[in-house]
Design a protein around this ligand. Structure first.
Ligand code: C2E
Ligand code: MG
Ligand code: MG
Length: 847
């Protein structure tokens, strides 16, 4: 230690041997050392003051001459002593400096004794004096006085520092223990006790090894080379008093003595269990994620935005058939593989997430496999931000979703395509039609047309050759239609045997007709289906965009209307829609509405037309014929509304009512005219009724509730009905027969019934269609037909009936041909109930 020249006030001079002191007089307030000089000898006082002046000591000196004065000065002022040091003569007029010391002055006191006062000095030191000086005659002691003062101040400062430090060490949160060079624990703080559970008494004097459960590899040689750890921070496993082990981060530092020799080691301990647990949890979660990704066969990517590098996992690369070295580590390496159409999409999603506008990054794109094919990949990820919110990392996964995508696309395709023909369905057709309409609105010169096409008598193919062949026909038809058209045109199957064609971008409206003629031509060639040659006819209706449409549905509706018109006309010819057709379609629509209401309101009535035994002109029975009393239009004939009723299904309800009413009325007549031949009634039955499940019940119900005589109800069925679904018809007819209901074939001769099949049906009567009767004057063709029918009936053992007899001549001819029964205007028109009733009692039906 160097002794500072006491005369210097330069506070910048550092004492190099003692860390922390900034100047000789540190510890004094503001660099001035406040000295209380207790000295009764005036000469000595002056000598001291001279010394201060001469050496320019930074002393502020207060002098007192007596002990009482000194005590007064020291005690008089509150809030801490106003001095840094007391220099006191031992012998004072009113006592000794010992008394000052005994009063417990909390300041360093330097005692000055007279010559030969060593003994006194010992007393003073024991009493707590900091130091003593012995007055000599030539006042040499003054020379070392500044050094003594300095020492006193320093000692005091050290003492204060130690107090603060030991307080701090005792109270810090970290456990601290100090051990000497042998490893013996010499100090532990309060936190140590809290952390380890040992009290200081239990560990002081023991070796540090008691604390260590198992040192880390790097510290195996800890005890052999303690100083080597000084300044090191190491992780160790430490043991608590209860035997539990915890991970400790220990910071070691050396403690030196005044001579700079190492004396001990200070260890500061942090219990890092929590941190370890978090680390472990993080590691596990990372592992779990990696495992999950591997399990899911996903690839991983990790993008460092500060360097721009992306780490792609091996799996990520192998998903596209690449090995590790074949793909670099930048965003471009990724984007390069993305399908050109999807790059923008991917970038937009990345940017959206990086800018914070989406909570996750998720994007589906096609990525080129090494084999050149594209595969659908789902990339997902999450950005990581620093405390300022800047993204510095983004990482995620990549999943191969090709199969899912393909399935989705298949579903999408299926949703708008017909499964049988693979053609677009109605939904897709309307969609394309909508686009064409939009185009037509933008460009007035743009023209398109829709052809609505419906197969004629497709049901016949289905019923006679089976559904498989029917399906084949539809598929083949679809293919042929496509052949007639350009690629830009759309052929769609709307359902059943209905097809639609959208002819795009026509030069002239007439071109649409040309296309339809071409289709018709194409259909003339027979289809070869399962060994059968099948001819298909189609009715076609055409709607042109020039009509001016707003909605796709309307175009299709009008083409449909035109198709119906085409079907209704005898010659096969496509029909172009004109608005007048729409008007008549509207009339039909209104009629349909009215008809629905008519059922509920009971606007129907039955008329009865007599059926006469031609032999004796006796009334044999009636045919019940339905009439509709329309509130505004008056009487509507069945020819007008029955087809509509059949189309809408209302025929089922109407038919039931007719059946009930006819049976009820006839039973009533039979009841009242018991003594006469029972009157018969014929009721017309439509195709739908015959094949409807509930019809038989309705018949039973009508029979039961009316009480009509058995064998007097007859059902009239047209040939077509029987031939459309012969199997079903046969079963139904059989059931009627079991109920003693007789069956008439109505309008016989107009249908397609093959004579070979006729006898296989359980029928009773043939009703010759009136068209044959109408023209049987003379010995013409009709006459021959009627004769043949009558002969056929006799052969098959059936009754025969003629309808539409208008003239006596017709009656004459029929009688001569031996036709048994007849009806017609010659005898009577269909009559309302009351008028019909009056005929019941007539002897003979007049002509
Ligand atoms: P249909 O079963 O052939 O009935 C005979 C039709 O010929 C009746 O027409 C009748 O008025 C008419 N007629 C009778 N004698 C003559 C004649 O000498 N000369 C001419 N020109 N016509 C004659 P209507 O009543 O208009 O019935 C037409 C068709 O409506 C019926 O033909 C039948 O198929 C159907 N129909 C009538 N009522 C019903 C019903 O209740 N149910 C069903 N499903 N169809 C019915
Ligand atoms: Mg009839
Ligand atoms: Mg008829």
């Amino acid at each position: 230690m160097t002794v500072q020249d006491s005369g210097r006030q330069d506070s910048s001079r550092q004492d190099s041997s003692r860390e922390g002191s900034s100047s000789l007089w540190v510890g004094a307030s503001q660099g001035i050392v406040r000295v209380l000089l207790v000295e009764d000898d005036k000469v000595d006082r002056m000598a001291f003051e001279r010394l201060i002046q001469k050496q320019k000591l930074p002393f502020a000196c207060t002098s007192v001459a007596t002990l009482q004065e000194a005590l007064g000065v020291l005690e008089g002022i509150r809030g801490g002593p106003p001095f840094d040091v007391v220099i006191s003569d031992y012998n004072l007029p009113d006592g000794t400096a010992l008394e000052l010391l005994e009063r417990g002055v909390d300041l360093p006191v330097i005692v000055i004794t007279g010559a030969g006062g060593e003994e006194i000095a010992v007393h003073a030191m024991r009493a707590g004096a900091f130091d003593y000086l012995i007055k000599d005659l030539d006042r040499q002691y003054l020379k070392i006085l500044p050094i003594t003062v300095e020492n006193a101040l320093r000692a005091r400062r050290d003492q204060e520092e130690l107090r603060v430090l030991s307080h701090a060490v005792r109270n810090v949160n970290e456990a601290i223990y100090i051990f000497d060079l042998d490893g013996t624990i010499i100090y532990v703080n309060d936190a140590f006790t809290r952390t380890y559970g040992w009290s200081s008494e239990e560990v002081l004097g023991h070796n540090v090894s008691m604390l260590v459960a198992e040192s880390e590899v790097s510290l195996r040689d800890q005890s052999a080379d303690l100083p080597a750890m000084a300044g090191a921070q190491v992780e160790q496993s430490h043991r608590r008093r209860d035997g539990r082990v915890f991970p400790a981060l220990v910071s070691f530092s050396n403690l030196y003595d005044e001579r700079g020799l190492e004396r001990a080691e200070v260890a500061v301990v942090w219990d890092i269990s929590q941190r370890k647990r978090s680390e472990q949890a993080l590691r596990e979660s990372e592992e779990r994620y990696a495992l999950a990704a591997r399990g899911a066969n996903d690839g991983l990517w990790d993008w460092d935005l500060r360097t721009g590098e992306i780490y792609f996992s091996q799996r990520w690369k192998s998903m596209m058939g690449y090995s590790d070295e074949e793909i670099g580590g930048s965003l471009d390496d990724w984007l390069r593989l993305v399908h050109p159409e999807d790059v923008e999409h991917l970038q937009a999603h990345l940017e959206a997430h990086l800018s914070g506008s989406t909570p996750h990054f998720e994007s589906e794109q096609r990525i080129r496999h090494k084999d050149g094919e594209y595969r659908w990949m789902l990339a997902r990820g999450l950005a990581v931000r620093d405390s300022e919110g800047n993204v510095y990392r983004m990482a995620g996964s990549q999943t191969d979703i090709t199969e899912r995508k393909e399935a989705e696309q298949q579903l999408l395709h299926d949703a708008v395509h017909d499964t049988l023909t693979r053609l677009p369905n109605r939904a897709l057709f309307l969609d394309r039609l909508g686009s064409a309409l939009a185009r037509a609105h933008r460009r007035p010169e743009y023209l398109f047309a829709v052809i609505f096409l419906d197969l004629d008598r497709f049901k016949l193919v289905n019923d006679s050759l089976g559904h498989m062949v029917g399906d084949e026909l539809l598929v083949a038809l679809g293919q042929r239609l496509a052949q007639c058209l350009r690629l830009v045109d759309t052929v769609a199957r709307l359902g059943g045997d209905e097809f639609a064609v959208l002819i795009d971008d026509l030069d002239r409206p007439e071109d649409a007709l040309e296309v339809s003629h071409r289709i018709q031509q194409e259909l003339k060639r027979p289809f070869n289906l399962a060994g059968h040659e099948v001819f298909a006819n189609a009715s076609m209706g055409i709607a042109l965009s020039s009509t001016g449409y707003e909605r796709a549905e309307d175009v299709l509706r009008d083409a449909d209307t035109a198709m119906y018109r085409a079907k209704a006309q005898p010659e096969q010819r496509p029909v172009v829609f004109d608005p007048a057709m729409h008007a008549s379609a509207m009339v039909l629509l209104r009629l349909e509405n009215d008809l629905r209401r008519a059922v509920d309101r009971g606007e129907f009535e039955l008329y009865y037309q007599p059926i006469v035994s031609l032999e004796d002109r006796q009334l044999w029975g009636f045919e019940a014929l339905v009439r509709w009393m329309h509130p505004e239009r008056g009487l509507v004939s069945p020819g007008e509304f029955i087809p509509l009723a059949e189309e809408t299904g209302l025929i089922l309800e109407i038919g039931c009512w007719v059946l009930e009413e006819a049976c009820r009325q006839t039973a009533d007549w039979q009841q009242r005219l018991k003594h006469r031949r029972p009157v018969h009634v014929s009721v017309n039955v439509a195709a739908q009724q015959l094949t409807h499940m509930g019809f038989l019940d309705a018949v039973d119900q009508a029979l039961d509730s009316s009480g009509i005589l058995p064998g007097t109800l007859r059902l009239e069925i047209t040939e077509g009905v029987m031939m459309e679904s012969p199997e079903l018809a046969r079963v139904s007819l059989q059931r009627f027969r079991q109920r003693e209901i007789k069956l008439h074939i109505d309008d016989f001769g107009t249908g397609y019934s093959s004579l070979s099949q006729l006898h296989t049906f359980p029928i009773d009567t043939l009703k010759i269609d009136r068209s044959f009767v109408a023209n049987m004057n003379g010995k013409g063709e009709n006459h021959a037909i009627v004769r043949t029918i009558v002969a056929l009936a006799k052969t098959l053992n059936l009754e025969v009936m003629a309808e539409g007899i208008e003239t006596a001549q017709q009656l004459q001819s029929l009688r001569s041909l031996d036709c048994e029964f007849g009806q017609g205007f010659l005898f009577s028109r269909p009559l309302p109930r009351d008028e019909a009733e009056s005929l019941l009692t007539a002897e003979e039906i007049p002509t």
